[in-house]
Design a protein around this ligand. Sequence first.
Ligand SMILES: Nc1ncnc2c1ncn2[C@@H]1O[C@H](COP(=O)(O)OP(=O)(O)OP(=O)(O)O)[C@@H](O)[C@H]1O
Length: 458
Amino acid sequence: MTLIQQFNRELASQKLLSPAKTIVVAVSTGVDSMVLLDLLLQVSVQQRPHLVVAHVNHHLRAQSAKEAKFLVRYCQEHAVTLKLADWLVTDHPQTGIEAAGRQFRYDFFAKVMATTDATAVLTAHHANDQAETYLMKLARGGDLAQLRGIQTSREFHNGRLVRPLLTFSKAQLRRYATERQLTFYEDVTNQDITLTRNRLRQRVVPELMQVNPEFLAHVTDYEQQLTTLLAAKAQMVASLLATVVVRQQLDQQQWVKLPSKWRLAVLQAWLQERTQLLMSATKLGPTSHWVGHSPATATHLQLNGTFELVKVAGMLDVVPVKKRVKKLRPSEKIMVDLNQWQKILPTQIVGIFNTAPTVENQPFSLLPSDQPLYWRRWQPGDQLQLKNGGHQTVRRILIDQKVPQAVRSDVQVLVNAHGTVLWLVGHKFSYRKPNTVGSQTVFLALKHTELKGVHLKR
Ligand SMILES: Nc1ncnc2c1ncn2[C@@H]1O[C@H](COP(=O)(O)OP(=O)(O)OP(=O)(O)O)[C@@H](O)[C@H]1O
């Protein structure tokens, strides 16, 4: 089967082959999306959906304007509607530019969808993107459900986001572009190997393809198997959950009787239903042990900064932690909930996010071995890593920043699983080399700081 036939088959399976439909095509002018556009333009007029090309000029590279101009001409020549958006330099954040750019793009695609009555947005993600995504997630760790790769189709605003090129390799798309003599623009930032994804793209994936030329096909196959397996697991968990939940509460006696291998998954699903949070199986180990073994007298277990488990007459419920924020005793610590704001002091709300929040934040390279992370008060002996390789004690930083004695002992730190301080909240970040292999960029964010009389510096 030729690439065109395979592509048309994919469009048909996504029910997109109809002139009555309008679809938005996300085109960056890179080789992948120019191939996508060309393939769509080759669909017969009787079957081709109405196309609306969407392009964002990020104003990040010197050639951005040239690319936008090229696309204007291309769309005119092919009689295709084009919607352009400018992400103005004045709107670029100081940090987390990639995530902010992506957010701007998808917001724009959603707007174009709404204004053109389109039912889908198509992007040109391909099998190499899928493999890189998998490798990044494997290196990062987490729950199996989060190991999902890029989906061929998922809900997006009032329609769907579809990736019809997901099973094609980059090499196939390049060959097609050469055969069809397509014009496209290379993104020079793809050469920047300080970025984890680019290192995987240029070094790791080619190595794995040397080991087995079918590597990309295998990743696609794993993704499909995993999708099926997770769906089967969800079905099983839902039916077991129904046997242990009464009026939203978990019956401890019944839960203990479940086959041991399913207990954790059922607990996880129940907690997710009640809190909307997916707590990783690793993190839930101690909770599961408590549910199974706690004596009748044990009635409370704090899950995180927001929720706690409450046990009354063998029935478990999830309730929000009391709003009153007490000072942490020196020995107390709160486990970090990623992507959640957590109140660690009456005047400080902090969070660690995968996507940069709009408030002041600092990108930070998190390693899998850092987890779990905790908030706690600083202690004598705590120190921060400096860029020059040295260290500075927290005590010295607080003195240098003239933090008054009266509030000094309340200052909080973020520590990793080994007790290493990563952030002296409100004052200074520990240095961590960006984009270490296997690391994940997160954003350390702080809002609502009103410590009167305290000179806050980062
Ligand atoms: N500036 C742009 N304008 C329109 N579409 C774009 C733009 N940049 C990327 N896209 C679309 O997104 C696809 C993926 O691009 P790319 O791999 O650069 O983004 P990513 O950030 O890695 O992926 P994602 O946006 O899904 O997180 C492209 O093939 C294209 O369809």
